[in-house]
Design a protein around this ligand. Structure first.
Ligand code: 13P
Ligand code: SF4
Length: 310
């Protein structure tokens, strides 16, 4: 009893101090849709990778506190080199982004020299610097369709690559990377969830395997899913992505029911950020994310080409 009261009090105090520190530093807190509830609630803006990248590029602030994973903070630092970018959980990495290196991509480029290189934003700055254009889950199809080349090297997500290939005559060559959170969702998960909730729409993220995509009603980025549940006349939804997004859905559309397609869909690194780390980060102005300008310059071209596609 005493312990719970103390924690609640501390949280209140921490939130107040975060708001104060934010003001002092002219800071903005950006949070991805998978962040823990308290972090989403303290953020100035919550969104998917594309929305967060656009926001980071156009913010009127001196400091960005990025509550997400490293590649997202790096993208913000590349787009806003004049701003200080903080990643409160220094070890918040994306395992899929680590599945391809710039060296491996250079070998592919030599082998398929006529192909364009599309890299998912879930990559390091060095890999972006080797790419022609970036994409996110919400614009991958548009990005690939915008290219003049007939062949496309698509890194690192094999599932997003296969999803994009459904919508184009181009030869899409996906790298063998994957997201462990989405790749382990199975067709049986969809079949079982539909039995339990026969009236629900099934929404999945394109990082899911093809067999899962085939069984879904809709395929969306995280913010695409939020838009869908809010505008749909349906009342129940089975959500095939990281479970943290359900907090946003309940906030934005409280009168509907949301069921995770898999209770195991948890991204541990997305969950490493908490209010204490956000507070500490704003107080110490660390850990700071920077990208050397020679890499940032080339990566910026690939990101900007993506942002220029409406
Ligand atoms: P979104 O861009 O759809 O939010 O996806 C980011 C991500 O990391 C999905 O695993
Ligand atoms: Fe990376 Fe998957 Fe986590 Fe997204 S959910 S940050 S792709 S590991």
């Amino acid at each position: 009893m005493t312990y719970i009261e103390k924690t609640a009090l501390d949280t209140k105090k921490i939130k107040k101090e975060i708001l104060q520190l934010k003001k002092e530093h002219n800071a903005v807190i950006l949070a991805h849709n998978y962040q823990i509830d308290e972090v989403q609630d303290i953020a100035d803006f919550t969104g998917d990778s594309l929305e967060l990248a656009r926001k980071a590029a156009n913010l009127d602030a001196d400091l960005i506190v990025f509550c997400g994973v490293d590649f997202m903070a790096e993208t913000a630092a590349i787009l806003s080199p004049e701003k200080t970018v903080l990643l409160p959980a220094a070890d918040a990495s994306c395992p899929m982004a680590e599945m391809i290196t710039a060296g491996e991509l250079r070998v592919l480029k030599e082998r398929f020299s006529d192909a364009a290189v599309v890299c998912y934003v879930n990559t390091s700055a060095e890999v972006k610097a080797e790419s022609d254009i970036c994409c996110t889950s919400s614009n991958a199809v548009k990005v690939v369709q915008s290219l003049d080349e007939d062949q496309v090297i698509f890194v690192p997500d094999r599932n997003l690559g296969s999803y994009v290939a459904r919508f184009t005559d181009k030869k899409v060559m996906p790298w063998e990377g994957f997201c462990f959170v989405h790749d382990r969702i199975t067709p049986e998960d969809v079949i079982n969830a539909r039995k339990l909730h026969p009236d629900a729409d099934v929404l999945v993220h394109p990082e899911c395997r093809s067999e899962v995509v085939d069984l879904a009603d809709y395929v969306y980025s995280t913010s695409g899913m939020i838009e869908h549940v809010c505008r749909s006349e349906k009342k129940e939804f089975i959500i095939g992505t990281e479970v943290g997004i359900i907090h946003r859905m309940k906030k934005d559309c409280p009168d509907k029911s949301y069921y995770p397609l898999s209770e195991k869909a948890i991204c541990i690194t997305m969950k490493r950020t908490d209010l204490y780390k956000v507070h500490k980060s704003l107080e110490s102005l660390t850990p700071r994310v920077t990208v050397p300008e020679d890499v940032a310059y080339r990566a910026r071209l690939a990101i900007q080409r993506m942002l220029d596609i409406k």
